[in-house]
Design a protein around this ligand. Structure first.
Ligand code: C2E
Ligand code: MG
Ligand code: MG
Ligand code: MG
Length: 290
């Protein structure tokens, strides 16, 4: 009867919870050797300039191939690494891996730039600026070849410390973007204090741009706001030509998304670049240069 069904449903729920918990514990335990066991790798996704149609940068995105659980998405393991105190190990590996890759591409004649994603822990790490600059120097790279993507919430955990750290990196020539813009809770007053060059409009506003009136309004106002603050605008999650065209008309500066390319392993990047034909989008209305 009813009572029995409910009991069973409850058991199933509990089992689901236990399973989830066990998975998290396993992942946290195994994260510690993911670096040394070479289970991590970086995927690269291009950002394209709307005006020239050309690739301006690649975003580096972390991937984890777990030996028994398979592919683990970064949205799952990054937050576990943050909560279990392992994120700095991953970030240090990532910084070295991306710079080594840029060095290798450079050696092959491709002077590329990459953006890395930083966690709140990284932004609060007082040793980070020096580490980044030393690593760039070690691989013979220019500071402008490395961009940093930080989320609003990462920066807002300690806005003063973040401002100090980012200012140091900005002075050294690194470009800084606010990622997932619109989903956090930063005030414009706080944002204004940060040495930011770029706003990345979160993909949740971009994915259904063509059908959701609200999303269109948000994206249009964000582009206007960003430009008024002297910033470049990037839209992530561009999945079709209609969105790309619309974003171009709205004056968005850079596009990123599956319509252009999915994140790819490093060994595919040069071939992909050689095959890539510059986008031809309707030229946006002229803007005052930020
Ligand atoms: P993010 O930095 O906002 O990266 C954008 C995410 O959107 C990526 O997911 C990317 O693969 C995905 N994406 C790009 N284009 C499209 C599209 O057209 N449609 C859809 N549906 N998705 C698209 P991914 O690679 O799973 O990364 C998720 C998040 O994990 C990243 O969001 C970032 O916050 C975090 N992350 C990834 N790598 C690192 C890392 O090395 N360090 C840190 N701290 N966080 C990272
Ligand atoms: Mg990002
Ligand atoms: Mg983002
Ligand atoms: Mg995101």
């Amino acid at each position: 009867g009813m009572a029995r069904r409910q009991h069973r449903r409850h058991q199933t729920y509990q089992e689901g919870q236990d399973e989830q918990h066990l998975r998290q514990l396993t992942l946290i335990r195994d994260l510690q050797e993911a670096v040394s066991e070479r289970q991590l790798w970086m995927a690269y996704q291009p950002k394209v300039d709307v005006r020239s149609g050309k690739v301006i940068q690649f975003e580096a995105l972390m991937r984890w191939q777990h030996p028994t659980l398979g592919f683990i998405p970064p949205d799952e393991f990054i937050s576990l690494a943050e909560r279990s105190g392992n994120i700095r190990i991953l970030s240090r590996w990532m910084i070295d891996s991306v710079c080594a890759q840029l060095h290798e591409w450079q050696h092959q004649g491709h002077h590329l730039s990459a953006a890395i994603n930083l966690s709140a822990e990284d932004v609060m790490d007082v040793d980070l600026p020096e580490l980044l600059l030393e690593t760039l120097n070690h691989y013979g790279l220019e500071p402008h070849q490395l961009g940093l993507e930080v989320t609003e919430s990462a920066v807002m955990q300690d806005a003063d410390l973040a401002a100090q750290s980012l200012e140091q990196l900005n002075q050294a020539g690194l470009f800084i973007a606010v990622d997932d813009f619109g989903t956090g809770y930063s005030s414009l007053a706080q944002l204004k204090r940060l040495p930011v060059h770029e706003l990345k409009i979160d993909k949740s506003f971009v994915l259904n741009l063509n059908t959701q009136e609200n999303d269109l309004t948000i994206v249009r106002s964000t582009i206007e706001l960003g430009h008024n603050l002297g910033l470049r605008l990037v839209a992530e999650g561009v999945e079709n030509q209609a969105s790309a065209t619309l974003l171009g008309q709205l004056g968005c500066d850079y596009l990123q998304g599956y319509w252009i390319a999915k994140p790819m392993p490093a060994y595919q990047v040069v071939d992909w670049l050689n095959d890539f034909e510059p986008l031809e989008l309707p030229f946006p209305k002229p803007l005052s240069e930020p």
